[in-house]
Write a protein that binds this ligand. Structure first.
Ligand code: C2G
Length: 130
């Protein structure tokens, strides 16, 4: 039984998000997803996500590749989450390449290629344009 863990905001859910969850789940048997809190986003980006943390959690929980969802309160707690949820593999998109290598002492760390040409920002821009 291989437990996979991944983290993200997953704001304005799109197919890039879906595909990384699907590919993460294929690496093992059980997928845990840490959804970042509204506060964590505010302190990182000085703005709140479009969808609230409760809405983002509800969407992620309903995805069939996802087995369990929890709130990620801070980037600094990553080691604590990996240990608490007994993760065998940490998966992140390759925009985070190398950033989580320090956890290779307790689990495998995989960076998967991002889906090209789609992002929450691109979706917001597209809606905003007349
Ligand atoms: N992603 C992807 N392809 C895209 C866009 C996003 O594969 N076109 C992936 C990202 O690489 C990430 C996941 O989808 O692994 C979630 O992306 P974000 O919501 O942008 O997550 P982020 O704000 O980077 O959260 O502890 C880490 C944080 O919670 C990271």
């Amino acid at each position: 039984m291989r437990r996979i863990i991944t983290f993200g905001t997953f704001d304005v859910f799109h197919v890039g998000h879906l595909r990384i969850l699907e590919r993460a789940r294929q690496l093992g048997d059980y997928l845990l997803v840490g959804v970042s809190t509204d506060e964590m986003n505010f302190s990182k980006k000085q703005r709140f996500p479009i969808y609230s943390q409760d809405e983002r959690m509800e969407i992620i929980r309903s995805i069939r590749f996802v087995d369990e969802v929890f709130l990620e309160e801070s980037l600094e707690l990553k080691r604590y989450y990996l240990q608490t949820y007994r993760a065998d593999i940490l998966v992140m998109g390759n925009d985070w390449l190398g950033k989580f290598d320090e956890f290779k002492d307790i689990c495998e760390v995989h960076y998967l290629p991002r889906t090209p040409s789609i992002s929450t920002t691109a979706v917001i821009e597209k809606i905003r344009l007349p």
